[in-house]
Ligand binder design. Structure first.
Ligand code: UD1
Length: 361
């Protein structure tokens, strides 16, 4: 591993997977919100991020530097590469880590369980080990509401059981990592870990310059809708209209990625609170659910485009309804989502419309 930029001994936040969807929006928000007294170091193996030929930085990082006029220290390193990761810790004065780097396609994880456990669990363990070796004990973890499995009650709060009835290696890997981090916190009181359980991240930065850029056919609803709207895909398939929900289609708690990014900034701030320590899991959602048909209608309204769709059978592993109890995030982080469904659709549309092929020109 060769450092790609000059190192610095400024206090730094390390962001793993910082070139990905939620990672890049968080990096941008950190740079917008923090003063000039903090450096951002990104490590990403580019498994799901695009770097244009001849460029040192992946596109999202290059664009964020342009938008903020600030420098990001970027390393093309896999977090399982212990030596590579250790060199970054030698090179920078890392105060805390925000850990996004992971594989995240639910269906693919069923086909490739070992790859998922390798990337997500071995990756997290290697990162935790290197952090400990360098005396860095502050971590924000990118978790998912998927750890709750089928909800026993709604809205779901953080006391809901986790790990029950999980069907995909992806979902299990998020649950296992949380369990590992709880043990790590029990082993040494110096650790402070905030595991943020995201509901359904959608939307893009207001600039329309960065956004979600899934490789291949999108698995998730919002990028699928926006690719239909822009003409890249013909028609949306709605997976089931016989659920016990408002209109029979699945209901989810969609949250704007910028709200999510701000939640991470608040989580980092917790580390400076006197007496704070140990493992904390916190939901990041809006507390409101919308159905698939409501999402289609909202997107049509904002974009002025029609979204052709067809009702098909249920998707295996899907649940009827899911939305967050957001009281802990308000209490602990002093954070709540402020952006509306219209904002989510408008910002997704701006990104998709300006960049029909994502980051690839
Ligand atoms: C999915 C993952 C979840 C992950 C989250 C990340 C599954 C089963 N779950 O959640 O583990 O943390 O993404 O954002 O994949 N839908 C359609 N047509 C489509 C796509 C989706 O009707 O082409 C429906 C689904 O049935 C669901 C809703 O839209 O009711 C949302 O689906 P999706 O965006 O894939 O998110 P989740 O399944 O909630």
């Amino acid at each position: 591993m060769k450092p790609e930029t000059n190192g610095s001994k400024m206090p730094s936040i390390l962001v793993t997977g910082g070139a990905g969807y939620v990672g890049s929006h968080t990096v941008l928000t950190l740079l917008e919100r923090q003063g000039t007294d903090i450096d951002i170091v990104v490590v990403d193996n580019l498994s799901n991020a695009y770097r244009a030929q001849g460029q040192k930085q992946p596109e999202p990082i290059r664009i964020i530097e342009e938008l903020t006029d600030k420098t990001i220290h970027f390393y093309d390193v896999d977090i399982r590469d212990k030596d590579g990761l250790s060199k970054i810790f030698e090179h920078h004065d890392i105060e805390s880590v925000i850990h996004f780097a992971a594989l995240k396609a639910v269906g693919e994880s069923v086909q490739k369980p070992l790859e998922y456990y390798q990337a997500n669990i071995t990756g997290t363990c290697t990162l935790l080990e290197v952090m400990r070796n360098f005396g860095v004990y502050k971590l924000v973890y990118s978790s998912s509401c998927t750890v709750y499995g089928e909800p026993e009650n709604l809205p779901i709060n953080e006391g809901h059981p986790t790990g029950r009835g999980l069907t995909s290696p992806y979902g299990k890997s998020k649950y296992f990592c949380e369990e590992i981090m709880k043990d790590v916190c029990r082993s040494d009181p110096k650790w402070m870990i905030v595991s943020l359980r995201y509901f359904n991240p959608v939307g893009a930065h207001r600039s329309g310059r960065i956004g979600e850029d899934p490789s291949g056919i999108p698995n998730n609803l919002m990028p699928y809708i926006s690719q239909v709207a822009v003409g890249r895909l013909k028609e949306l398939q709605v997976f089931g209209n016989d659920y016990a929900t408002v209109d029979g289609t699945g209901v989810r708690d969609y949250i704007h990625v910028q709200d999510l990014a701000e939640g991470h900034v608040k989580a980092v701030k917790l580390f400076h609170q006197p007496g704070f320590g140990g493992f904390h899991a916190v939901n990041l959602g809006t507390g409101t659910g919308y159905s698939v048909l409501q999402m289609i209608a909202a997107f049509e309204q904002v974009s002025g485009r029609q979204i052709p769709y067809k009702i098909v059978g249920r998707r295996e592993g899907d649940i009827a309804e899911n939305y967050a109890d957001v009281s802990l995030s308000q209490r602990l982080l002093g954070w709540r989502a402020t952006r509306t469904l219209e904002d989510m659709c408008a910002d997704t549309w701006r990104w998709q419309h300006n960049n029909p092929n994502g980051f690839k020109k």
